[in-house]
Write a protein of this length. Structure first.
Lengths: 482, 424
């Protein structure tokens, strides 16, 4: 310890100069104890299944049945049941794919990038966000897989030598998507699972103590013999950090490749160099929108206000504001460069987006993605939970429309006016997409019922009592630091 | 250097005098500017001198913008580890008003001899095989944006915004040293919240007007992001150089620890990857689409009209390896990041390559009678060096003039305690 520092590591000289006082936000409110956190999180799983959960589950299953029915009908009849027709041969399937993949990004972003950036506030939301990632990837995968038409040939997507010696087009970003998304899905599951292990062991021990042998066995099976020794924790921390390091470029690369699906083409409105970072920013934006949509009701239902504090909501709102503004910058830059390029096709495309037959979609997109997040400038808005939730819904809606605008408007009116058309989705497409919200909800409801929705050990580590200095003199004790 | 806890000098000194060093910087800067002026007057190829000077001004402006961005991001994220480094970036912002003065010759030149630097300003300028600017449909379409009036107004707006934001940030931070009022921190957060979109837009359009419009046929939506990445990298590298300088001088002894170097090194690594991501994306999407109206910009930097490879192709390779591969590999190492003399070398290296990157974007606009870009290794490189030294000398002088006027570190910043005890 240095000569001019006191026993708590706080430089003594600061007592003389008296810096401005600006306390950090507390990450676990009301000085909750370790056992309170354990009881709170485990209690959600151990308690009796609430009635509301059954109602939600039933509704979610019903909604999911629309996807099942839509896909069954598609497989039985053919891919023509979707509303694709010249010149729009690629619409809702890819719109929905990009929409769900985008949502899936925030989970890994919160966990991995915020972990690398040492943002401790992530601990309250990272578990649910990671789960959201995986479920969103499941929903996303439905669309390209079923768009192949003959679903039983979907394995052709992978470069497996087959009897016809047909190889995939490795120069196509759609093929890169196969690798990117499957790798992303795998790493996301691993990342999520690694983080779950200590908490699964807690549940194993608690169910064993309660005499529930089956659940103790099942949780114990997935806890893989975790005993909480120093060696276990050391390996765990290292594995988590490595996965965070791997996930970070991965999360960026996946959406970059998704943007390449469009940007490598020559189609006006698609071929633009800003697409990669713009898609990544959009994915983060939509992901945080969905995290707010999911976490705010959970916070209210399970009374998690001490764990998801106003500070957490503030942080999420501010990131949504920042990424929404970046997306707005990208919209503006696309529009400006379309004009600046003096390319008549580019110029037409953007005028057509704003004032053509799909203008309604364009202005919904602008309203939801650029204007809506600007409300988050105001503290009063951020403090009003229900309003934040409503705004988060707008963000979700806006990001779906962004993909719709990009994809459909460029295809519907391409180079050749004689081939122009107006795309409208078929009822099968609408049902299939609608149902994916049910699929997502079913999976998420199962998650909150059977797995700890927050990482207990990580939460405990950010409480004031976990601070090594005991909260004496260290301004960072139990609080967010940057 | 201590490894963890701070040993802040008890005297809390106002930064030691840097008058002698400032004087030297001013002398070097004036010599560099004088050499550039002589070249402008007497060199046979005056276009080369003008564009080299544009490189010099753009380079240092980029670094100053980067410092502004770093301070804005620091405040908006309520960061703590960078408090002591932020003070040095605040001093760096003192360069903006001088950069404006140094940009004036280019502005005056634009009015006095239109088209001398930016060809589109002269409607009689003859294009290679395309008539004149005034008859060029690609120019006429964007004439509302690319004209000398908007150029001048926008340049004034750019510098006005940067000087204004800098003044607000500096005043609040410096005043807090004396009164210890947390309200200054909130004020700087407000400045940062509005400053970030302003900085993003101004740097984007500065890059478009000053650099991209040299080849006004070319366009890329990524260009502002590319410039942003270089700004940020430049500021981080200068931050490292100042940290090591002050550490060796003794000023920062007991203030900095290994974790400060680790943190700024990690940011350097992150922005190295970000720059590569942005630059690769731009190149890849243009290469893959293979549309002549976009590829010509890269072709100028690769091929002569007869199909032979020109020097800029090799410069491109230097940028690929020098701006990404080498710093990326070096900055992966924890030891390299926390060892002052090693990270200083990395910072020097990256600053050099940023200069080459800006040369790569500016100088190929100089063409010979065949429309081929003039080579990189030419007399123009000398004017680039005199310009960079000249403008740099003035910027460093401005920094050193500001340096002793305040406390060495923002001693009453609410996060100073966390900063001095910064740990992983």
């Amino acid at each position: 310890m240095a000569a001019h520092a006191d026993t708590a590591g706080h430089p003594a000289i600061l007592d003389e100069v008296k810096p401005a006082v600006l306390p950090r936000a507390i990450l676990v409110a009301n000085n909750r104890s370790f056992s309170w956190i354990t009881e709170k999180i485990c209690g959600i799983i151990e308690g009796k299944t609430p009635v509301w959960w059954w109602w939600c589950f039933a509704v979610a299953c019903f909604v999911a049945s629309f996807t099942v029915a839509g896909l069954t009908y598609l497989v039985a009849t053919g891919v023509g049941v979707w509303g694709h027709a010249n010149p729009v041969n690629w619409a809702w399937d890819i719109v929905n794919f990009v929409f769900w993949i985008g949502i899936g990004h925030a989970g890994t972003l919160i966990s991995a990038i915020l972990c690398l950036l040492r943002q401790k506030w992530r601990t309250s939301i990272n578990r649910a966000a990671e789960a959201m990632t995986i479920f969103a990837v499941v929903c996303a995968a439905i669309f390209p897989v079923f768009h192949v038409g003959r679903i039983w040939y979907a394995w052709f997507l992978f470069p497996i030598p087959n009897s016809n010696y047909i190889w995939q087009n490795f120069r196509s970003p759609l093929e890169w998507d196969v690798f990117a998304v499957s790798t992303y899905g795998t790493v996301s599951v691993l990342f999520w699972y690694i983080g779950l292990i200590p908490d699964l062991a807690v549940l194993r021990d608690r169910f064993e103590a309660a005499g529930n042998k089956l659940r103790s066995f099942l949780y114990g099976l997935f806890a893989m013999g975790w005993r909480g020794s120093n060696r276990h924790w050391s390996n765990y921390e290292m594995a988590y950090l490595i996965l965070a390091g791997i996930s970070t470029p991965l999360v960026l690369s996946v959406h970059t490749i998704v943007s390449f699906d469009f940007a490598v083409s020559l189609l006006p409105g698609w071929h633009t160099t800003i697409f990669p970072p713009y898609f990544v920013a959009g994915a983060i934006f939509s992901g945080f929108g969905m995290v707010l949509t999911l976490m705010l009701p959970l916070r209210a239902v399970y009374h998690l206000e001490d764990l998801i504090t106003q500070y957490h909501i503030d942080c999420m709102c501010k990131i949504t504001l920042a990424t929404g503004t970046i997306v707005g910058y990208a919209y503006a830059m696309e529009f400006f460069i379309a004009w600046y390029s003096a390319n008549p096709y580019e110029g037409f495309t953007f005028i057509n987006r704003a004032f053509g037959p799909y203008a309604w979609a364009y202005w919904i997109m602008i309203s939801c993605n650029v204007i809506t997040p600007q409300f988050f400038w105001f503290k009063k808005v951020r403090n009003c939970t229900w309003f934040v939730w409503v705004l988060s819904i707008f963000v979700n809606v806006g990001m779906w429309f962004e993909r719709f605008v990009i994809i459909v408007t460029s295809l519907a009116r391409d180079f050749l006016p004689s081939s122009w058309g107006y795309y409208s989705p078929s009822i099968v497409e609408i049902f299939t997409f609608f149902g994916t919200f049910g699929v997502f909800s079913v999976l998420f409801l199962l998650f909150i019922r059977f797995l700890p929705i927050m990482p207990m050990a990580e939460l405990k580590a950010v409480t004031p009592q976990a601070d090594v200095h005991g909260g004496h003199g260290d301004p960072a004790s139990g609080q967010e630091t940057h | 250097m201590s490894t963890h806890a701070a040993t802040v000098p008890a005297a809390l000194p106002t930064a030691a005098s840097t008058a002698a060093t400032a004087g030297k910087a001013l002398t070097v800067g004036l010599i560099g500017l004088a050499a550039t002026l002589l070249a402008a007057l007497f060199a046979p190829e005056k276009h080369g001198v003008a564009l080299s000077y544009l490189v010099g001004v753009s380079y240092w402006t980029a670094i100053a913008i980067g410092m502004l961005l770093m301070i804005l991001i620091h405040h908006i994220t309520d960061a703590s580890w960078s408090v002591v480094i932020r003070r040095q970036w605040e001093h760096g912002l003192a360069a903006f008003k001088w950069l404006f003065v140094l940009f004036l010759p280019l502005l005056i030149l634009a009015w006095a001899v239109p088209g001398f630097v930016w060809p589109w300003m002269d409607k009689t300028h003859v294009l290679h095989g395309h008539g004149t600017v005034g008859t060029d449909i690609l120019y006429l379409k964007k004439e509302g944006f690319l004209n000398i009036y908007t150029f001048t107004i926008m340049t004034l707006v750019f510098f006005g915004s940067w000087v204004w934001l800098s003044a607000r940030l500096r005043r609040a931070s410096f005043t807090q040293d004396t009164d210890g009022n947390a309200a200054w921190t909130f004020k700087n957060r407000v400045t940062s919240a509005m400053g970030l979109p302003i900085a993003a837009l101004t740097l984007t359009f500065a890059a478009i007007y000053w650099i991209k419009s040299l080849e006004y046929h070319w366009f890329s939506t990524m260009y502002g992001v590319w410039f942003f990445a270089n700004c940020a990298r430049g500021a981080l590298c200068c931050g490292v150089l100042i940290m090591v300088w002050l550490l060796h001088r003794g000023d920062y002894k007991g203030i900095l620890n290994t974790n400060h170097f680790h943190s700024i090194g990690m940011l350097m690594l992150a922005f190295t990857v970000f720059w590569a991501y942005v630059t690769f994306s731009q190149y890849f999407l243009i290469w893959n689409a293979n549309v002549p109206e976009e590829t010509f910009w890269y072709n100028l930097r690769e091929l002569n009209h007869d199909g032979t490879t020109n020097q800029w192709w090799y410069v491109g390779l230097v940028i690929l390896f020098g701006h990404f591969v080498i710093p990326f590999c070096a900055l992966l190492s924890y030891r390299f990041k926390v060892t002052p003399h090693i990270i200083r070398r990395i910072a020097y290296w990256v600053l050099t390559i940023i200069l080459i990157d800006i040369c790569y974007n500016v100088l190929p606009a100089l063409k010979d009678e065949h429309g081929d870009s003039l080579p990189f290794l030419s007399i123009n490189l000398l004017w680039v060096l005199t310009s960079v030294i000249g403008v740099g000398g003035i910027c460093i002088w401005a920094y050193l003039r500001s340096f002793p006027t305040t406390k060495l570190i923002p001693i009453r910043d609410p996060r100073i305690g966390e900063c001095l005890t910064h740990h992983e």
